[in-house]
Ligand binder design. Structure first.
Ligand code: FAD
Ligand code: ZN
Length: 483
């Protein structure tokens, strides 16, 4: 390690304490490997500041030494964005204080290292809802959610993370602290800077705190699991529900026949929700803060009419909270159990909601033609036009041989998405895994503006270098062949 790096680490240890500058390779392990184990990173240390001022100090020292910084929250990201390739990992995990809850302003001010579940729980104590909800909510952190503009299962009603953020505190690449912690619904004082940092995956600044929106806590909820003859019938049902239930429609999640088969085969305790099998399933939730409202009756009525109109083939409404949870588990366990079917090639894409059924049908057909036997598992946030278009390997194929086809399927699926004016990254971000795909599909003028912003806010390229945008010198060859 060069002397300048040793001096840097000594200076950081002096300010933060030795325990907060981890150099031991065993202790660093959890910060170097990402969720899917597609990448293994390398770093000279993991640094854990405990305050915004200490984050600013670390950034200033790294800037002086020209050392790269990879910010990290819960390390649950799915695109390799938090994987270091040199320099330091800056973990935000010690910035975990709830700074303020203001029920009248309907806001909560939290530090970036707060675990999402802790923020939800704190909101609940004030009889409020913080609606961001992901399967990783027990370990992902708010700073990571903001940096990735996370989505999840409540976007239909409450929006993405971007829609839930009113203000930010950010440490810039030169170590200055931008205090934008305003909890305002209206603020037209110039450019909306917070939206530059939301979704920037640690490449433009380090989020240290945020003011988040709260909502009335739902007091009534009803859940149904519905079988339809096709994705197009599911879209008809969605449109009907949106017209009839408006804001009460909180979730409309989709699973194809294969996905439910996988869940019933592998998920412990999973019970078949409907007697027969159907091409397309929808998990529907209505909720309301009004405890007196009969949502079940309302949903039953709309589903009954849809059944008569031939849109729905069969449906079950949860008779209790526990049954509602059990129906949700069918949907939520899919991400964990699909891997038991062997290799999975994944795409996280979005199209306009009006095209979502067309997309599922067209892309499914194209992939099945490209590789007979491939099992399409196209599930997810149908009501947002966001499909996790996953492909399970043919039963008899070797996993590694299947995964080598990732690029080929990217082209098939992403070309269809692009042709529908969609997005090749709906909610997981770009990181490393989709960096070359971004360069291929993003409008060139937009890419140029992104580069200009990157150069302006991080002129020495020390913030998460090589993520989202390839370095100007371009080095796409370090991507694994499976991306
Ligand atoms: P990390 O993985 O630590 O970091 C993610 C990116 O943000 C990296 O580029 C990192 O450098 C940057 N970053 C982290 N903290 C900061 C900060 N304070 N300032 C600046 N940059 C920062 N995502 C969804 O959108 N919807 C889902 O439904 C969903 N479901 C998931 C289910 C499972 C089981 C898993 C494992 C993941 C899921 N994800 C989902 C992906 C992931 O949980 C989200 O992307 C989450 O927002 C990442 O938060 P994190 O704290 O783990 O961030
Ligand atoms: Zn998702």
């Amino acid at each position: 390690m060069p002397d300048t790096h040793l001096e840097l680490l000594d200076s950081l240890s002096q300010r933060l304490g030795n325990q907060q500058v981890i150099r031991d390779s065993v202790a660093m392990e959890g910060y170097l490997v990402e969720e899917r184990k597609l990448y293994r990173g390398t770093a000279m240390a993991v640094v854990r500041p405990g305050s915004t001022e200490d984050v600013a100090f670390v950034v200033r020292e790294c800037a002086k030494a020209g050392v790269a910084i990879v910010p990290q929250g819960g390390n649950t990201g799915l695109v390799g964005g938090g994987v270091p390739r040199s320099g330091i990992v800056l973990s935000l995990e010690r910035l975990d204080r709830i700074r303020e809850v203001d029920p009248f302003n309907a806001t909560i001010t939290v530090e970036a290292g707060c675990i999402l579940k802790a923020v939800q729980d704190e909101a609940e104590k004030a009889d409020c809802l913080f609606p961001l909800s992901l399967a990783s909510e027990g370990s992902c952190r708010i700073g990571g959610n903001i940096a990735t503009n996370a989505g999840g299962v409540n976007v239909l009603r409450y929006g993405n993370t971007r829609d839930l953020v009113l203000g930010l505190e950010v440490v810039l690449a030169d170590g200055r602290i931008w205090n934008g912690l305003k909890g305002l619904r209206k603020d037209n004082m110039g450019y909306d800077l917070k939206n530059l940092f939301i979704g920037s995956e640690g490449t433009l600044g380090i989020v240290t705190a945020a003011v988040l929106k709260l909502f009335p806590h739902p007091k009534a909820r009803t859940v149904a699991f519905v079988g339809c003859a096709s994705p197009h019938a599911a879209l008809d049902l969605f449109e009907r529900l949106r017209q009839r239930t408006g804001d009460q429609l909180t979730a409309f999640e989709f699973m194809p026949r294969f996905a439910l088969q996988v869940v019933l085969r592998h998920a412990a305790g999973a019970v078949r929700p409907l007697a027969g099998e159907h091409e397309a399933y929808a998990l529907i939730e209505l909720s309301s803060p009004d405890p007196g409202i009969d949502l079940r009756e309302r949903l039953e009525r709309v589903l009954g009419e849809a059944l008569e109109a031939g849109i729905v083939e069969d449906a079950v409404l949860a008779a209790s909270e526990a049954q509602g949870d059990a129906l949700w588990t069918l949907r939520e366990s899919l991400a964990h159990v699909q891997r038991l079917e062997g290799g999975s090639i994944k795409h996280d894409v979005a199209v306009p909601v009006s095209r979502v059924a067309d997309f599922i049908v067209t892309a499914t057909q194209a992939c099945e033609e490209a590789m007979p036997g491939v099992r399409v598992c196209a599930f997810g946030h149908f009501g947002d036009g966001n499909i996790h278009f996953n492909l399970s390997q043919p039963v008899s194929m070797e996993k590694a041989a299947f995964l080598r086809q990732w690029e080929r399927f990217n082209r098939i699926v992403h070309d269809i998405v692009d042709g529908m004016n969609g997005s090749i990254s709906a909610e997981h971000g770009i990181g490393l895994i989709k960096r070359d795909e971004l360069a291929r599909y993003k409008d060139p003028v937009a890419l140029d503006l992104m580069r200009t912003l990157k150069r302006t806010l991080d002129p020495h390229n020390i913030l998460n270098p090589g993520k989202v945008l390839a370095p100007e010198a371009d080095l796409p060859s370090d991507l694994p062949s499976s991306s």
